[in-house]
Design a protein around this ligand. Structure first.
Ligand SMILES: [Zn+2]
Length: 284
């Protein structure tokens, strides 16, 4: 009897336990839910710049804490995603959305920061159909233009084909869905985009290894296609966020991937993750 009760209790706590890969923050700008599509960590070897000793000091175990994050914004009755995660076997986005009571058919828009596989794979189902059949897909003109012409870009081209009637291709500095503004953050990819709303900046892949790149924004991951531009935009966005107390939310910032930037007395920068339910609603 006791044995069965224990089993039932364990089952209950498993079923009803809050999903630790889904965390919600309330802001004046809307409700932002950080969804961990997959856990992640990056090897030190993919980061260029800095001495080996310096990198080892900041990351003693050689694995830079990271994550694959997608952000859901609920605003004016609309459900908007920033990026769509990995898809395939690795991605858990659709399952996480379901745990929030949101069917994939109810997603109204997906804002793409860029078209790397870990951000667009989740747009397709396992049989290459639209995972979000009622969503408008927003992508910058230079990003769409670049991937449409590449020889080895089957996934990006499949996404562009499947969603061709839902695509909204925008120039930088234009307004997109529900009050977001798209800013030029090219460098990581030719059309890499930051989406701004109020004080929140969805920075895409501006940062791959927070432990290194806030300490020195000049450090690049091998994935940055144009390193000079990537460094310039990373430095500017981090400095602005520290000065203006903006909120940044990034695809590979350690989960939940949303927080502020602190400028230390020696001038260096540190990423400060938000605690859950600590959005700015009502404060400013
Ligand atoms: Zn990425």
């Amino acid at each position: 009897m006791w044995k069965w009760l224990t089993v039932l209790c364990l089952a209950g706590s498993f079923v009803f336990a809050a999903d630790s890969s889904v965390r919600t923050f309330e802001f004046e700008e809307g409700t932002v839910t950080a969804i961990q599509d997959a856990p992640g960590g990056m090897p030190l070897s993919i980061f260029h710049g800095g001495t080996e000793a310096w990198k080892k000091r900041l990351v003693p175990d050689g694995r830079v804490p990271s994550s694959f994050n997608v952000f859901l914004i609920r605003k004016n009755g609309k459900q908007i995603l920033v990026d769509a995660g990995n898809g395939g076997r690795k991605g858990t986005l659709v399952r996480r959305l379901r745990s929030l009571g949101i069917a994939r058919e109810r997603i109204d828009a997906v804002l793409l920061t860029h078209m790397h596989g870990d951000h667009i794979g989740g747009l397709l189902t396992s049989d290459n159909k639209a995972a979000f059949p009622n969503a408008a897909i927003y992508v910058s003109e230079p990003e769409r233009g670049y991937w449409a012409k590449q020889k080895n870009a089957a996934l990006a081209q499949q996404v562009l084909r499947v969603y061709r009637k839902h695509l909204h291709v925008f120039p930088f500095n234009s307004s997109v869905s529900e009050g977001f503004t798209a800013r030029d953050a090219a460098g990581h990819t030719p059309g890499h985009t930051i989406f701004e709303i109020g004080k929140i900046r969805f920075i895409g892949d501006l940062v791959h290894g927070a432990a290194l790149q806030f300490a020195d924004p000049g450090i690049c991951a091998v994935y940055d296609m144009d390193r000079t531009r990537a460094v310039a935009v990373r430095r500017r966005v981090m400095e602005d966020a520290a000065a203006g107390r903006e909120i940044i939310a990034g695809g590979h910032l350690p989960y939940p991937g949303i927080g502020t930037v602190r400028k230390n007395t020696d001038g260096s920068l540190t990423f400060v993750p938000l605690a859950e339910n600590s959005g700015s609603k009502g404060k400013n």
